[in-house]
Design a protein around this ligand. Structure first.
Ligand SMILES: [Zn+2]
Ligand SMILES: [Zn+2]
Length: 350
């Protein structure tokens, strides 16, 4: 039986924290569940999962559907698209059987690349290598989640670029159904009736083929900040989502971006392994950030206390505290309010 290798290349950058990652994990499980219900898919489909953030790595090597166990996805700072493609090409080299005179080899591998952002590395060389050596022998479908995606870079990679726009509850489930149907169609034997082998149909309310890449917005869709709990020393991630606001005073109309608190999420230490160490340079002023979260580990009132070392920690209120990053004692007073211009803090790569 010839195998159909299916690769999922999944963006696990900071912007996916919380709901995004949970959905991606659930989606992967749902795809596998529906494929397993089809006897032919069960025999032919093999699945591999590659995750990318600041680092890209295979987290599930190519394995038969039957023994696939949906992984817990990591989270990290950065979006190494170039790294992800390198990992993918390495995985294809290592596990896809090419046809020889004696054997037929695997079916053409299918790749589903999901991303919600813009590359933080230079994907150029990897894209060129993919185009030159792999593109003809594989099907690559790139799905951009939301409007903050660099579609132009995805178009350089493949003609099959899709925009997934989530407007209502149930849209993500429809995306998952489409992925399952698309794999099922490719896994059916040649003898099967044509309509069973037909390409899955896109519901263009949910998923659209991108012909002209829309321009990338200059301001990011979200801002993420990493802190550590003073009591437990464990890390957390604070996420703010972009919100446009028009300020009108008399003759003057100004469009400004403000970022509203989306949540504060506990992180694993592995976050730092999956993150790009280049964090300098990006700064955001607290005057653009609306809302202060509490600590998700110990419940301290604010997770937004800035130590002299430039890192964030949690504090219960004004007074002495030890910084879990640098170990120094710091004396906290109430910080400058946004009205006074805020204070600058280091910002993640997203
Ligand atoms: Zn805490
Ligand atoms: Zn410190």
């Amino acid at each position: 039986m010839r195998r159909l290798p299916v690769f999922f290349v999944l963006d696990c950058s900071e912007s996916m924290v919380g709901e995004g990652l949970i959905k991606m994990e659930g989606g992967l499980q749902a795809v596998v569940r529906s494929l397993r219900a089809n006897p032919h898919a069960l025999e032919t489909v093999y699945i591999s999962v590659i995750a990318f953030a600041g680092l890209a790595k295979t987290i599930v090597p190519l394995v038969e559907l039957f023994s696939f166990y949906p992984p817990k996805l990591p989270l990290g700072g950065g979006t190494s698209l170039g790294g992800a493609l390198e990992a993918l090409m390495g995985e294809i080299d290592a596990s896809v059987q090419r046809a020889t005179a004696e054997r037929k080899g695997d079916w053409r591998p299918v790749v589903y690349l999901f991303t919600d952002g813009r590359p933080t590395d230079d994907p150029g060389p990897a894209i060129e290598r993919w185009r030159a050596r792999y593109a003809d022998g594989a099907t690559l479908i790139a799905v951009g989640i939301g409007r903050d995606v660099d579609f132009a870079v995805l178009k350089r990679l493949t003609d099959q670029v899709l925009l997934f726009d989530e407007n209502e509850a149930g849209d993500f489930a429809r995306l998952v159904d489409w992925v399952s149907a698309s794999i099922l169609a490719k896994s059916q034997p040649l003898g099967v009736a044509l309509d069973a082998r037909a390409e899955a149909v896109l519901d263009d309310q949910v998923l659209r083929l991108v012909k002209e890449p829309p321009p990338v917005r200059p301001d990011a869709a979200c801002v993420t900040l990493v802190g550590r709990c003073q009591s437990t020393r464990r890390p957390y991630l604070i996420k703010y989502d972009r919100q446009h606001q028009e300020i009108a005073t008399g003759e003057l109309h100004v469009d400004v971006s403000l970022y509203r608190l989306a949540g504060c999420y506990p992180l694993e230490e592995a976050y730092f392994d999956w993150s790009d160490p280049r964090t300098g340079g990006l700064e955001v002023s607290t005057s653009e950030l609306l809302g202060v979260p509490g600590c998700p580990h110990c419940g301290n009132a604010t997770a937004f206390a800035l130590c002299g070392c430039g890192r964030l920690m949690c504090v219960g209120g004004p007074g002495e505290a030890t910084c879990p990053w640098c170990g120094r004692q710091a004396n906290f007073t109430a910080g400058p309010s946004p009205e006074e211009g805020g204070f600058a803090v280091g910002r993640g790569l997203g």
